[in-house]
Write a protein that binds this ligand. Sequence first.
Ligand SMILES: [Zn+2]
Length: 328
Amino acid sequence: MKNLIELHCHLDGSLDLKTSYKLAMNRGIIDKDMEFEDFKKRMTVSSDNASLEEFLSCFELPISILQDEEALTISTAKLIKNLRKDKVVYAEIRFAPQFHTQEGLTQEEAVKAVLEGVKDARSLHKDIKVQIILCMMTDDPAGKNFNENKETIEVAKKYLKKGVCAIDLAGNEANLADYKELIDYAKELGVPYVLHAGEVDYPKNVELAIEYGAKRIGHGVNVVNDEEILKKLVDSKIPLEVCVTSNIQCKTQPSYEEHSIRELFDKGVKITLNTDNRTLSNTTLNKEIKKIMKHLNFTKKEVRKMMINALNNSFLNEKDKDRILDKF
Ligand SMILES: [Zn+2]
């Protein structure tokens, strides 16, 4: 399918394999004699039945590669090239700047390096547009990284509409209420936000995300277990960013056939379809479309509706939205 919109794609989980292999080799992050196939195994979940531990362990290597400006810039540009190959015309790529300060970069420098990658890709590929979402991270106990998260909001404010379009809260799902002060701060600064919520069986977080005024909700699929909150979600018209393969690999949904995206769509929730982590999950938006058409009987028309939902609820300006809508 062409003219796709991708709103939920993590940079670290979506790195180009060959490029990362070279970057890792040059930086001495992997052994000189490590074969490409072995490298690939460390970057990619082995099957849809992998453990959650294996899923999370696949982020370690990408994060250690992305600790300098050059690596961030090259990796971002290469991801955009791959998005374009997948027929994506507009994407919002997200990453957590606080994960890229281990070798001395500041959060702002990490953001600037990623924006440089967007610029580089833009000069080569005029037919795809990209904006960046900055992720705050949950931590245990909540509040442990309060200052880092606050800094992420401030950097987002500084680069808002200059390549950055919003912030997010990602990481192991925790009680959203513990992050309200930060969300209020973002609101105060006029920084829009999307929020990961309801990925694990925690529908209450979806209710909080609605109450806090999230522009969109990351995953949210477990809201299906709570009729009352589900109704609130439908009424709110806040869309879910659904990532089917990722949910199955993280074991928050049982299988493609039983994934709640079908029920949520049929009950009137605004659904957008996304990849979450392209490399880690070995997927693309076109692959996700094929899977839901095959296992959940989605029609092309229904998939198109998801893309229009995504476009309408993206952070793209109205002029560009209309331009892309014309292609549908
Ligand atoms: Zn995510």
